[in-house]
Design a protein around this ligand. Structure first.
Ligand SMILES: C[S@@+](CC[C@H](N)C(=O)[O-])C[C@H]1O[C@@H](n2cnc3c(N)ncnc32)[C@H](O)[C@@H]1O
Length: 218
């Protein structure tokens, strides 16, 4: 699958410091709410993988709040991989592995990893095409250990509808930038995950009209 040029939203206001740490204001804003949602469904111990970790701001929050999980960050973009390494070093946390370069939309990545008890993804599905999203979900399902949990967070259509003016504008901007991208429908995600063998456990309503879709492996 092609590596897409960053969508407008993916590179907004990313500031960097001398250690290579990038700062995404949106990640700082939603880290605690996202962390609380994930902590509410996470296994008590085991291996956790974050796809598309971005700056690294989320994973240091998750790893501090869920210290009995071993966290594996991953990213496609080299600058963000550097940032994740810098945040991890700065955090002093010992339950975060060195980040790995992982293209989550490329078939076969599940075969390169050990089974995971938890996989999280924030804010990527709307930036990729439908076939890429299907590959990502299918590969995540293959990577989950028995009883593993998948958490997909971000903006979604609900029953095929965009439910706020902000979502209508954002989705239109994404599709104008790249017609293959845009919000995925929550019901499509649920049926795609079901096709990959995952059961929809719950949907958590999140601030800013986002959702966390939670799935369970059998
Ligand atoms: C909007 S940012 C979200 C970052 C972070 N998860 C967050 O919520 O703050 C999207 C991220 O996905 C990464 N990305 C884009 N395409 C990817 C792919 N095919 N595989 C893995 N990561 C990808 C980008 O480099 C970027 O860091």
């Amino acid at each position: 699958m092609a590596i897409r040029p960053p969508a407008p939203s993916a590179s907004i206001a990313l500031e960097t410091d001398s250690s290579g740490k990038l700062h995404a204001p949106s990640a700082a804003r939603n880290a605690n709410d996202l962390c609380a949602a994930i902590a509410s469904i996470a296994p008590t111990a085991g291996q956790a993988l974050e796809l598309a970790s971005g700056t690294g701001q989320h994973i240091i929050t998750f790893a501090a709040a869920m210290p009995t999980l071993q966290w594996q960050p991953s990213e496609l973009d080299p600058t963000r991989l550097t940032s994740i390494t810098a945040y991890t070093a700065d955090s002093g946390l010992t339950n975060i592995a060195a980040p790995i370069r992982l293209n989550a939309t490329q078939s076969g990545w599940s075969q390169t990893l050990d089974p995971k008890d938890l996989i999280t993804l924030a804010n990527l599905l709307h930036l990729i095409s439908t076939p890429e999203a299907e590959t990502l979900i299918t590969e995540a399902a293959k990577t989950l250990a028995p009883n593993g949990t998948l958490a997909l967070y971000g903006p979604f259509k609900r029953n095929g509808c965009l439910t706020s003016e902000g979502d209508k504008t954002f989705d239109a901007n994404l599709r104008q930038h790249d017609p293959e991208t845009g919000y995925k429908n929550d019901q499509w995600v649920i049926s795609t995950a079901a096709h990959a063998g995952l059961t929809h456990a719950t949907t958590i309503e999140m601030p800013a009209n986002n959702l966390a879709l939670i799935f369970q492996n059998s």
